[in-house]
Design a protein around this ligand. Structure first.
Ligand code: ZN
Length: 254
C-alpha cells in the first residue's frame, strides 16, 4: 500500500533532513496539542543520572502536562562511588535516582545489570524488552550509540532491540550527555524548549550528590542547555535525534 503523505510524514522527513529545526519543533508541538490523551514516556539510561542529565527538562515538561514518565536504569551505578562496595554504591545511587524521579514526577525502574560491565546478549535484550513492554510506551528516549561509556552504548543497543521486538510501535529518540567528552558525532534533529523547567532539571541532577553534580551539571550540562537554546531560539533547550523509522511528533508541548 502506498504510504499516505500527511503533515506528520512531512514533519518526519524534515527531521530526517535536519532542516528548519526550530520550526520543526514548533510544528511538532502544535500538532501534539491536539492529542489530549496522556502519553507514556520512558527514558532509558545506563546509570542513575543519565536520563535526568539528558532529558530532565523534557521529562518535567511532560509530567507537568499530565503525561506519565518512567526512568529505566540499566544499572544502579554500583561502580560509581570511590571507596564504596558495589552494593553500598548501588544502594546510595538507587536512593538518589528515586529522589531525582520524585522531583521530576517520574517513576524509577531498574534492570539488573552491573555498572561498568553491562552486557549486550540475547538474554539482556529479552530483559529490557520485558521491562519496557508493560510500560506501554508512546515515546522512548535512549542514549546515543556513539557515547564514550560502554554502558551508554549498551543502553542504546538494548533499547533499539526492544523497539524492534515491540514492532517499532513507539517514537524513539536519542539524547546527549556530556557532549564532546561522552556523546560524540551528534547532530540533533529535534529540540525542546525547557527554559521553564531548568530549575526542576537542576534539582533532579543535584539529587545525585555522590556524582559531583556541580561538575557534571553546572560545568557540562548548563552550557549544553544554553547552546541548544541558542540553536532553538530560547534560553534553555534539550536536543534529540529522532529515529526516522519511528513515529514522529511526540515531543512535549501539549
Ligand atoms: Zn552514564
Amino acid at each position: 500500500m502506498k504510504p499516505q503523505v500527511t503533515r506528520r510524514t512531512i514533519i518526519g522527513q524534515a527531521g530526517l533532513a535536519g532542516l528548519a529545526l526550530a520550526p520543526l519543533a514548533n510544528a511538532v508541538e502544535a500538532e501534539h496539542r491536539d492529542d489530549k490523551a496522556p502519553l507514556n514516556i520512558v527514558v532509558a539510561g545506563g546509570h542513575p543520572g543519565d536520563p535526568e542529565a539528558g532529558c530532565g527538562g523534557a521529562i518535567a515538561r511532560y509530567t507537568s502536562a499530565g503525561h506519565n514518565a518512567t526512568c529505566l536504569y540499566l544499572t544502579r551505578g554500583q561502580a560509581g562511588i570511590h571507596g564504596k562496595s558495589p552494593r553500598e554504591a548501588g544502594d546510595i545511587r538507587t536512593a538518589e535516582a528515586e529522589s531525582a524521579c520524585k522531583i521530576l514526577k517520574a517513576r524509577a525502574v531498574f534492570a539488573t545489570q552491573m555498572d561498568g560491565a553491562t552486557e549486550v546478549t540475547p538474554a539482556r535484550y529479552a530483559e529490557l524488552t520485558k521491562l519496557l513492554a508493560p510500560l506501554k510506551p508512546d515515546v522512548v528516549f535512549t542514549q546515543w550509540p556513539i557515547d564514550t561509556h560502554l554502558d551508554h552504548r549498551a543502553c542504546a543497543a538494548l533499547t533499539l532491540g526492544a523497539w524492534s521486538a515491540l514492532g517499532k510501535s513507539f517514537s524513539l529518540y536519542f539524547y546527549e550527555v556530556d557532549l564532546g567528552s561522552d556523546t560524540q558525532c551528534y547532530r540533533p534533529t529535534a529540540f525542546v524548549d525547557v527554559t521553564a523547567f531548568e530549575s526542576l532539571k537542576r534539582q533532579a541532577c543535584m539529587a545525585h550528590a555522590s556524582q559531583n553534580p556541580a561538575g557534571f551539571y553546572l560545568n557540562d550540562h548548563v552550557p549544553m542547555l544554553r547552546f541548544r537554546g541558542m540553536e532553538l531560539g530560547c534560553k534553555f533547550a534539550e536536543a534529540f535525534i529522532h529515529h526516522d523509522q519511528s513515529p514522529p511528533g511526540r515531543l512535549p508541548g501539549a
